[in-house]
Design a binder for this molecule. Sequence first.
Ligand SMILES: Cc1cc2nc3c(=O)[nH]c(=O)nc-3n(C[C@H](O)[C@H](O)[C@H](O)COP(=O)(O)OP(=O)(O)OC[C@H]3O[C@@H](n4cnc5c(N)ncnc54)[C@H](O)[C@@H]3O)c2cc1C
Length: 348
Amino acid sequence: MPVTVRSEILESLIIGGGIAGLTAAMYLGRWRRHPVVIGGQLGGQLINITNIENYPGFTSVAGYQLISNLRSQAESSGALIYEDMAVAVDLSLRDSHDRLIAQVWTLPEHEALPILHLPSDQYRQRATAIKNSTPPTYKAHTLLLATGAKRNKLNVSGEEQFIGRGISWCATCDAMFFRNKTVAVVGSGNSAAEEVLILSRLANKVFWLVRNDQIKADAILKKRISNKDNVETIFNTTVTEVVGSQKVEGLKITTTSPNSAPTPAFLPIDGVFIAIGLQAASLLVADQLALRPDGHINAHNCTGTTSVSGVFAAGDVEQEWQQLVVAAGRGARAAGSAEEYLSKLESP
Ligand SMILES: Cc1cc2nc3c(=O)[nH]c(=O)nc-3n(C[C@H](O)[C@H](O)[C@H](O)COP(=O)(O)OP(=O)(O)OC[C@H]3O[C@@H](n4cnc5c(N)ncnc54)[C@H](O)[C@@H]3O)c2cc1C
């Protein structure tokens, strides 16, 4: 469906439909700032979590349940939530009173993702072309960035070619395509362990490829996986190529051991799930806002304000302690800062 261009200038626009963005929307809605959320994949990382045991007030809650509650809460407070994605942002426009007019261009997810996955120099060119050729979808006096973190890539041959054709970063989203098939999960942290657990319920066989001789995931996840007969862990292994014709057919891997030369091998599989860490999803504003060297938006630690007045940031896109309660809290705080900014505009 084509996106609808909104002609009015919104009071508050939020990019990101994870816990930080939806918490911010809930607060701004309650303050009657009529927030619009460009949500992307609603729930963000939350949808990948089968069981959360450290969110205050819940001894155990599924990610989809928490996000579904939060979405209802934000919508009942007046927030409008769309699942399109922002592909370009312009923060340079100000009105005659020096108020920010943030401009944001959006596309449906299936058109946006290939653009947002481009290498940064190619992304810049594409974003500039979009800005020069179409009017912005949204304009707003405050912009709150809660775009979270995105999964790292393997950066090996074949990876780009097979995105969506056997390569995935989200078992919750894609596991059903691999029912009774053979898959691999790359990575050794909690994210990888969660992917292994989800896939072990559907796939015939799950190879868990771990780069060194240790698994970083929490003990409780390791214990759950150790009870699964269809999971085989291969240590000291790196993926060197994704192989296939129309879709993924296998992985070239190299396994090392202390006393022998690295051993290359071919692992026939139908799909591979990549869980080798995250990086702040700050590409949209990388040229327009101050970032820290690691790519996080350099937001004020208490207020969520950024180097551009009227622009705020919250959650994993601006801080390293990647926890739900932190992202929610920072979403609330950044919303409070946006509210203060809007109030000052009304009574300078
Ligand atoms: C497997 C796994 C298990 C975890 N387990 C726990 C746990 O048990 N307890 C805990 O406290 N934390 C856990 N975490 C961490 C926690 O999930 C994150 O810290 C938290 O979800 C971050 O929220 P966020 O809103 O900042 O970002 P995200 O959840 O990353 O959400 C970002 C949102 O922005 C959207 N977006 C991105 N780019 C665009 C764009 N261009 N346009 C529109 N939308 C965009 C995305 O689609 C998404 O909706 C876990 C994380 C993972 C991956």
